[in-house]
Ligand binder design. Sequence first.
Ligand SMILES: Cc1cc2nc3c(=O)[nH]c(=O)nc-3n(C[C@H](O)[C@H](O)[C@H](O)COP(=O)(O)O)c2cc1C
Length: 520
Amino acid sequence: MKLKTFLLTLFIILGITDAGYLTYEHYSQVIPPCKVNRFLPIASDCGKVLRSSYSIMFGVPLAVFGVIQYSFLLIAIILFAIYRKKIFIYWLILQSAIGAIFSLYFIYIQLVILNSICTYCMLSALLSFTIFFLVNKIFKKERFILRLSIIAFIYQKFIKPIFFLFDAEFIHNSHIFLGELLGNSYFKKYINWKFNYSSTKLKQKLVGINFEGPIGLAAGFDYESRLTQILYSIGFGFQSVGTITNLSYQGNPPPRLGRLPRSRSLMVNKGFRNLGAEKTSKKLVLSGVEGFMIPMGISIGMSNNQSIDSTKKAIGDIVNSFKIFEKLKIKNSYYEINISCPNLLNTDVDFYKPENFNQLLQSIKRLKLKKPIFVKMPISIPDREFVSLLNVVIKYKFVKGVIIGNLWKDRKSKLLDKQEVKKFSVGSFSGKPCEKRSNELIKLTYKKFGKKLLIIGCGGVFNGQDAYEKIKLGASLIQMITGMIYQGPQIISQINLELEELLEKDGFKNIKDAIGYENN
Ligand SMILES: Cc1cc2nc3c(=O)[nH]c(=O)nc-3n(C[C@H](O)[C@H](O)[C@H](O)COP(=O)(O)O)c2cc1C
């Protein structure tokens, strides 16, 4: 690193000298000696190049711009050495890119237009490329951060406002289509190279599963299992498909999805729109022939159908879905049981009652599943009810964890902008309105059962700080959807980068050391 930085500074100083010499020669009206190299297939003719109309821009010799360019590089590197602020590295990266781009253009002019080269100009181009290469080598991580920040800026300022002009469900479906297309193309390798930031500090083995990163896609976004080949490339460490039900469902009557930008939330009224267990399992067999890049979980819920009108029928229906997935030996790493969907037609079945929930887990236990099961918990219930459900969960060893939690139901909540809520007469809410309650319940669960249950925090994660807060309260993993829609697809890698920095700042060697740190 030190040698590379020394070389970088040396090349910058050489650049200043070279451009400075050409500036001096220009104003002294002297053409520098240009040795004709007989091994070169092109003439070395400094006079032709330096006296051409291309050597002047806005009345100023290019050599002067060269001096300015290299001086900026030198100033950036000196300021970084003094203040250690990342902004100077970003400046260095952008400045070196400008140098490389202009050098390409100048080479083109010499080789193609003038058919002559000037050795000093070629030396300058060589120096610019070397500086660009070295800067990108030394500041690899910062380059990544810069790239993601530029993408975030473009997404949030230009792309999102256009998306938000269209119907939310149409945009969601278009993204799924595009994601599936990219996932099945070689382009995903390029996306992975440019987008995916992972770190050994964030890798964990939990309940027998190797999680590449702590951020997973929550159930509900990929309800037709179409994104299993692409999510790894944008930094996700795991993903949940579904929620899938035994019987397929075309979704509740529209509106099924809406936006509440001021509340940083989405209105969700899908009611388990999905293809059904049979069809989904067949798709997953095909897409998972070689296994999945990241741990994939299947979220299972009860069919949203009027015929499922008793607890007994609902349990039979859920158990049947498990049987279907098990029969086809899908290579999923875990299952989720979703007992907390707030948008179902049939309200006669209530798994928030501990006795009903207990019956459900008892029936699933009989299946003797080898894969870990996580329960997706409701958040719009009082602590007492929540703890009663946890007391049922911990009786069953096959339930390895809880996801805290699902959507926010209370439309009168101050966390939602009144004018925005008025636009929707149906549905529950995701995003920021879920965050506070989700964090309270993570804290409560970790205090009571932190040693026995894996906690997956979910609700209102929009950046690394939000994720870190849940981790310090006791969550080992994080799931999200809404943050990605508001911040852009680069947010996953941005969170990974931010988490790594926050861990370093607090002196933690691995994410494991930070879990529950604020709650012990
Ligand atoms: C469009 C959408 C559909 C959802 N569908 C489901 C679902 O089918 N099953 C489920 O368990 N949760 C579902 N959820 C809830 C999310 O999994 C998550 O718990 C909730 O959105 C909070 O996380 P977020 O704030 O990061 O979005 C859905 C959420 C959204 C936004």
